[in-house]
Design a protein around this ligand. Structure first.
Ligand SMILES: *[C@@H]1O[C@H](CO)[C@@H](O)[C@H](O)[C@H]1NC(C)=O
Ligand SMILES: *[C@@H]1O[C@H](CO)[C@@H](O)[C@H](O)[C@H]1NC(C)=O
Ligand SMILES: [Zn+2]
Length: 994
């Protein structure tokens, strides 16, 4: 008899049937006593010191002893043998792998345990995502991926009731809002500022209601939130894993018998903990990183603890210990029927002691942070085209591919040691490699879909190195096609920039009309970064536009020949030369913006918004903080997690910049060279209402023995009263106040690092009339350290580890080993306070869902004659209004798609933008017919109508619990910041067959 068969029998022999899962399966507690909920758990990082694969299998145990497969192997028989035992599992990326390797009978065993609530999934995302650097689009996607697997595998019993972010390094309000909208009843976490924790313990505010949206009607974004007492570890001396060295409970005649002292100690610990919590229930997390590989050690000792502590009840003890889960603990808190205080702000920044601010990781690994954001962009494009094209997208003329490879790689990349930048270098490489494999698979989908929709089997080419002006096709071809695919629900214009070699080009739009184009030289800065990986001398620039959820195809052909060529060469040379005359005015301008530079320093001096007739002196320069290596105040160094400058004043990169101007009808660019490793292009395209700063930083030199953290700082005369504003995960804005925390009296130990906040997509400062907004292209740390000033950390390179586990200095060697070079963009808006949200909301949307360029030499054979042409296509019957974002259009089941619509404005931030919206969803898409539609919760693992979250009573103000009106797909209404999620069954028009 095989082991698995024996296990299967075990259920019948030993398991007393438990009624249902979730709340129904919770163990009985004792009303008159202090109930101590032991939560057996393991924390499995989806990559950190080892790669995901290494962690799963237990490879490279020389780096860290950890093997996830053994954990699950070891826990299941423990649960089977004793129906009172519980275990929670969290990271679906690992569970999914383990599940697929099990026999059918083992899968049955696990299903049984899940259906009885003995094995319970908590949180249920693919990973436990980072909260500072993760974008909401990717948070929702990674949660959806994990929750969907659980739902499909285990049904309702696989739907987690509690969110569980025990390790992320600070907690964002948006994350809580998203969890609430996913239907979670409560949320537990481990890390918060040490001063905050102390104050909460004293005030008994370890558990509260987090009102996580300033826009959504309570309680839809209210989330009951609990701070765990010991992070996610057991109380001291009570760790019984093989990794721990605490004493076991010795309860026989042995001379080492320690039962009495163990029980006494436990009662002491429980009583002390209970002082800080409000009900007669407390929770203890019994587990930690990669524990339970030999689950017997833990369970055997917990069994004894439970037995001996509870035995004291006969002698009058009022403490009852039990195996439990976060869900069961949550239920008891809810039953206590107390009213709970409200929290409105967030849990950033996180400090685990004086001088120890975890604000470095907001910027750590800036190139990976950008790659991750760009990969989300491409995943959404891939999702959309796979949904629009149907089966031919997955299997077509370019082979087989689907979006799932990139979806999973992106989900892994959201982990709190992935996009956060706190993993070892070899693990960061692995994350990037996974994304790259996802891009490859998605390129097949996109090619198949374009051929199918466009009816032409072109030799599609993807140029993924346009940021360093490399694209062999455009550099060498006399003629080529540029397909501009627009993933947004409304038409966009986009400045296309392609590497070419010296020539004149004719660009035509889908109607054959000539489009203005210009050729500019590839900058010195780009040559320097490119280091021989390409040799394009010029860039072709033209403005393209593409319809809603569709594409336009432009044709580019070389026109320069003979005499024209020499004329052209001269023109290009002129452009390349610093033009003293044109540049003597020290300004660039278009119809909307004027930018002035200092003649002495070449630095930015003033920005004018010509539409509003407002001007603001704005100076901008790069600086670097000298990373602390520890000092008399603290041994804390600056590292991958922690930001700690060795003094508050950063060092100026240069007093000024050497500059030159490139100017033509389409673009004006001031090239600023600050140092051999820091440069910037200040750019103004025709028609653009913002100033674009494209910075290039690195390789950061370290031969002077100094770690460096590079910032771009803007200084203005704005009176900002110590306040500035940052977004949470790309969505709602939070007000920040220098040297201040909303819920406790801050004792500030780090005037710089202690004022840094995560900037996911934007930061701004304002006075009563003007607002200066900076949009970023990836997550970065940012602050305002003086009134009128604003800064973003763009890159960092450090020589010491900061003692938080990663065990490596953040040296990022880059491709050539001498240090990573990073290039990125800051978009600067100067506007009135009232108009700013209109600007930054719509532009941020265009940035994270930017058009995807697909190139082809042209002249490909037809594919499916009778299909629409490859010239122009839109999958919508009408454009979406500006406030409405098509957040998700993705394949779901073979005949259904997942759709998310989002109101992308906050309440009250824009006169027009913040109005509620209505939309006919049934007739929105022209590519398919919606035959039926179901509204889901945000995670798409439950019908919205079936959502019934636990109700919590806030200490102030009543909340209504209105019943949602029946769904009318002809009129979907969205309130500010609302996201609505649908699964739509569809029929494709003239579904293409191979
Ligand atoms: C660009 O490179 C050329 C040649 O290396 C050099 O002469 C010129 O000064 C550089 N220009 C700038 C702005 O750095
Ligand atoms: C805001 O700052 C600008 C520039 O310094 C100034 O002109 C304007 O008067 C200020 N507005 C208020 C209300 O202080
Ligand atoms: Zn972790």
């Amino acid at each position: 008899m095989g082991l698995s068969v024996w296990l299967l029998l075990g259920v019948g022999l030993l398991g007393t049937p438990v009624a249902g899962c979730g709340y129904e399966s919770c163990p009985a507690t004792k009303p008159g006593m202090l109930n101590v909920h032991l939560i057996p758990h393991t924390h499995n990082d989806v990559g950190w010191l080892k790669t995901v694969d290494q962690y799963f299998y237990g490879e490279r145990n020389d780096i860290q002893h950890a093997g996830v497969q053994y954990i699950l192997d070891s826990v299941i028989p423990q649960l089977q043998a004793d129906p009172t035992k519980r275990f929670i599992y969290v990271e679906v990326a690992f569970f999914y792998r383990w599940w697929r390797l099990q026999t059918e009978s083992m899968q049955q065993v696990v299903k049984q345990l899940v259906s009885e609530g003995r094995l319970e999934f908590i949180n249920g995302g693919w990973c436990m995502n980072d909260e500072a650097a993760a974008h909401y689009n990717s948070v929702i996607d990674q949660m959806t991926l994990g929750l969907r697997f659980l739902q499909e595998t285990f049904g309702e019993c696989g739907r987690p009731r509690a969110a569980w972010h025990i390790d992320p390094f600070g907690h964002s309000r948006e994350q809580a809002s998203l969890f609430a909208q996913m239907g979670f009843d409560g949320f537990f976490f481990g890390r918060l500022d040490y001063q905050d924790k102390a104050s909460r313990k004293q005030l008994r505010e370890m558990e509260q209601i987090w009102r996580a949206s300033a826009s959504l009607e309570p309680p839809s974004a209210d989330l009951f939130t609990g701070v765990l007492p010991n992070g996610y570890n057991p109380p001291p001396s009570l760790c019984w894993d093989q990794f721990c060295s605490d004493n076991p409970i010795v309860d026989d005649v042995s001379s080492e018998n320690n039962v009495d002292s163990m029980v006494a100690y436990f009662l002491e610990v429980a009583a002390a903990q209970a002082k800080h919590y409000r009900t007669n229930h407390i929770v203890m997390t019994m587990g930690s990183d990669f524990q339970y590989e030999n689950a017997n050690l833990w369970y055997k000792n917990m069994d004894k603890l439970i037995k001996h502590v509870n035995a004291r009840q006969l002698n009058g003890s009022h403490v009852h210990v039990l195996y439990s889960t976060p869900t069961c603990y949550l239920q008891e808190l809810n039953r206590a029927n107390l009213s709970w205080s409200l929290k409105y702000d967030d849990f950033f920044p996180y400090a685990d002691g004086p001088h120890q601010f975890w604000t470095g990781y907001f910027t750590s690994r800036p190139a990976f942070k950008r790659y991750e954001r760009l990969s989300n962009n491409f995943l959404q494009v891939c999702n959309q085209l796979e949904a629009l094209a149907g089966p031919v997208g997955r299997k077509g003329p370019y082979g087989e591919g689907d979006s799932s490879v990139l979806r999973r790689a992106m989900a892994v990349a959201q982990h709190h040691d992935a996009v956060s930048g706190t993993e070892k270098q070899h693990v960061a490489n692995d994350y990037a490699k996974r994304l790259a494999a996802g891009w490859d698979a998605c390129q097949v989908v996109v090619s198949n879909a374009l051929a199918s929709i466009g009816g032409s089997k072109e030799n599609f080419v993807y140029c993924n190195h346009l940021n360093i002006s490399v694209c062999p096709l455009t550099e060498s071809s006399h003629t080529f096609m540029v397909i501009v695919y627009n993933p947004l629900g409304r038409r966009v214009s986009w400045n296309v920039r392609l590497p070419v070699n010296e020539a004149l080009y004719l660009v035509t739009d889908p109607d054959g009309q000539t489009v203005p184009s210009e050729v500019v030289p590839v900058s010195n800065f780009t040559w320097q970064v490119r280091r021989g990986r390409g040799d394009a001398t010029h860039e072709l620039i033209f403005q393209a536009s593409a319809p809603a959820l569709g594409y336009s195809t432009y044709t580019v052909s070389k026109t320069a020949r003979g005499t024209l060529r020499s004329k052209l060469a001269k023109r290009i040379q002129e452009q390349a030369r610093p033009r003293a005359d044109a540049w003597s005015s020290r300004e660039i301008r278009n119809e909307h913006v004027r930018v002035l530079f200092s003649p002495q320093t070449g630095l930015l001096k003033e920005i004018q918004n010509l539409d509003k007739d407002i001007a603001l002196p704005v100076s901008q320069n790069f600086f670097w903080y000298n990373a602390s290596i520890g000092d008399v105040d603290s041994t804390q160094t600056s590292g991958a997690y922690i930001f700690r400058p060795n003094r508050s004043e950063p060092i100026r990169m240069a007093g000024g910049a050497r500059t030159y101007l490139v100017k033509n009808k389409l673009v004006q660019e001031v090239y600023q060279n600050f140092s051999s490793w820091c440069s910037q292009v200040v750019r103004l395209y025709a028609g653009q209402a913002y100033v674009e700063l494209e910075w290039t930083v690195g390789p950061i030199p370290i031969d002077d023995g100094l770690g460096k953290e590079i910032i771009s700082r803007f200084e203005t005369p704005l009176q900002t009263d110590g306040r500035f504003y940052t977004d949470a995960n790309g969505r709602e804005i939070l007000e920040r106040r220098r040297d201040y925390r909303a819920t406790w009296n801050l004792s500030q130990t780090e005037p710089v690092a202690g004022n840094y906040y995560p900037v996911n997509s934007r930061i701004y400062i304002k006075n009563k009339t003007f607002q200066l907004t900076v949009l970023t292209d990836r997550s970065q740390g940012g602050s305002s350290l003086a009134d009128g000033s604003l800064e973003l950390m763009v890159h960092r390179r450090l020589l010491y580890d900061d003692s938080r586990g990663v065990g490596e200095p953040l040296l990022e060697p880059g491709v050539y080993g001498d240090g990573l070079v990073v290039r990125g963009r800051h978009l600067i808006f100067l506007d009135t306070v009232e108009s700013s949200a209109d600007r930054h909301r719509l532009q941020a949307e265009r940035e994270f869902m930017a058009p995807q360029l697909v190139l082809a030499p042209g002249g490909g054979p037809p594919f499916h004659p009778g299909q629409p042409s490859l010239k122009q296509f839109s999958a919508l019957t009408q454009e979406l209004p500006p406030s409405l974002h098509l957040l998700t259009l993705a394949p779901w089941e073979p005949s259904s798609v997942l759709i998310r619509l989002e109101h992308q404005f906050e309440r009250g931030e824009s006169a027009n933008g913040s109005q509620p919206l209505s939309l006919d969803l049934l007739h929105l898409f022209s590519s398919f017919t919606i035959t039926s539609i179901q509204e889901m919760n945000l995670g798409a693992n439950q019908q919205r109508a079936a959502m019934s979250r636990l109700k919590w009573r806030p200490a102030t103000g009543a909340v209504r619990h209105p019943v949602a009106p029946p769904l009318d797909p002809l009129r979907i209404t969205l309130e500010p910041m609302e996201i609505r999620t649908f699964v739509a069954t569809i029929q494709r028009q003239g579904a293409a067959k191979l």
